[in-house]
Write a protein that binds this ligand. Structure first.
Ligand code: SF4
Ligand code: SF4
Length: 409
């Protein structure tokens, strides 16, 4: 997007300030430059030529989570997410080649199957060698450059080998593609397995298209729109034979709303709207389960209610909302690595609520949030399991049904 078009988007802002109370970074800092209105003014000043592209100005833009809570609150319909994505692309274009290259390499590692395998096996090897104790020590101070990475190691595993098809249902019309996401493959293999098992039990044949790639959101939100579009095009080809389900809400949002028109649905929304076999009774779960609502699920996907409705199918479950779900947990793609201090402050608020609420399980639909929250819970010494809602549902399938496939209803 050209600077002129970016400025046009910014011009929709009437500077009313109604978005300010909804912005997590403004809430923590009470600094106008850390607010949506302030950031829009900075972009206008910079791209309009009134302000230099200083490190301080870019720092304010970098600390934006792109949670888009401001967009939801804005009465003037400012497309804040698109505006900031574009500003970041201009910012990257101004960065030196070394910095741009290093950022690009880091993102490429995450978006490529070989890079993910390397990370997954590396994490498993570190666990095997007992290196996590060293990692824990290093992560005590998140400002150390390795700290933000190392705290995630306990939650990464080698990616599952499964490609191709899952268990068979009897009606091939009822076939769908499962989109795994990049980091989800190595941080949530149980959710992937649970989704396949649950869908098979509900009479759906699951395909895992081998050519699928990272959804591209990491690139788009870090100022590399061409790479994001390239990945989207690859996914559009891999997922051409829909319908498609994404397990991570952020991937679903990126694939659906980034201009490809790909028919991709977030898995809980799908499971909430299809018919379940009348004979299927889930096993009771007498535990307190808090629901975390990721920003990508609240907006742009919307309909987080489907998660509550679905989990409400489990008898005896004690379902609760995690307070202040409207505020980002600080994961925000790779924000947890790029901005470890601000990310930790946002996480601290979530941990405070978890300490107060004391659920036994925390359910969340987004991979990055699950990783960040699980790391924070571990660091805080809390006994709370973090999982995807489909894991809970699959776990409560009747014992005799596990792995079985039924006739479609
Ligand atoms: S609510 Fe919308 S119009 Fe008002 S300051 Fe925020 S972004 Fe600008
Ligand atoms: S996207 Fe989130 S962090 Fe960024 S300005 Fe809007 S509300 Fe604040």
């Amino acid at each position: 997007m050209t600077p002129e078009r970016t400025l046009e988007l910014a011009d929709h802002c009437v500077k009313c300030g109604l978005c300010l109370p909804h912005c997590p970074t403004y809430r923590l800092t009470a600094d106008e430059s850390e607010s949506p209105r302030g950031r829009i003014a900075l972009v206008q000043g910079w791209l309009g030529g009134a302000l230099p592209g200083s490190a301080a100005l870019f720092g304010h833009l970098d600390r934006c989570l792109e949670c888009r809570a401001c967009e939801l609150a804005c009465p003037s319909g400012v497309a804040y997410g698109t505006l900031l994505d574009s500003a970041r692309a201009h910012q990257r274009a101004h960065a030196g080649p070394l910095r741009r290259g290093a950022e690009r390499i880091a993102l490429e590692i995450l978006s490529r199957p070989a890079g993910l395998r390397l990370l997954g096996y590396g994490a498993a090897a570190a666990r095997g060698l007992g290196a996590l104790r060293v990692a824990s020590w290093l992560t005590l101070d998140r400002s150390r450059w390795l700290g933000p990475y190392l705290r995630l190691l306990p939650f990464l595993s080698p990616p599952p080998h499964a490609t191709g098809t899952g268990p068979l249902a009897t009606d091939t019309e009822r076939t769908l593609n499962l989109f795994l996401g990049c980091v989800g493959r190595i941080s949530q293999p149980r959710a992937l397995e649970a989704a396949t098992r649950l869908l098979a039990r509900l009479g759906w044949r699951v395909r895992i298209p081998p050519d699928q790639r990272c959804c591209g959101a990491l690139f788009r939100h870090n100022g590399f729109p061409e790479q994001a579009d390239r990945l989207l095009a690859q996914n559009a080809s891999a997922l051409a034979q829909g319908p498609n389900l994404a397990i991570a809400s952020a991937c679903a949002a990126e694939l659906r709303f980034s201009g490809t028109g790909l028919p991709v649905e977030e898995i809980c929304a799908f499971l909430g709207r299809i018919a379940w076999p009348e004979t299927l009774s889930l096993r009771p779960l007498g535990l307190r389960v808090a629901v975390h609502e990721p920003c990508s699920h609240r907006h742009p996907l919307g309909d987080t209610q489907a998660v509550y409705t679905l989990l409400g199918r489990i008898p005896e479950i004690r379902l609760e909302t995690l307070p202040e779900n409207a505020f980002c947990c600080g994961a925000a793609g790779n924000y947890l690595i790029r901005q470890p201090k601000m990310s930790a402050r946002l996480l601290a608020d979530k941990l405070r609520w978890l300490r107060e609420q004391q659920p036994q399980i925390l359910a969340t639909t987004n991979t990055g949030c699950a990783l960040h929250l699980a790391a924070g819970i571990r660091e805080a010494g809390l006994a709370i399991e973090v999982c995807h809602p489909v894991e809970l549902l699959a776990r409560q399938l009747p014992a005799a049904d596990v792995g079985a496939v039924t006739e479609p209803t």
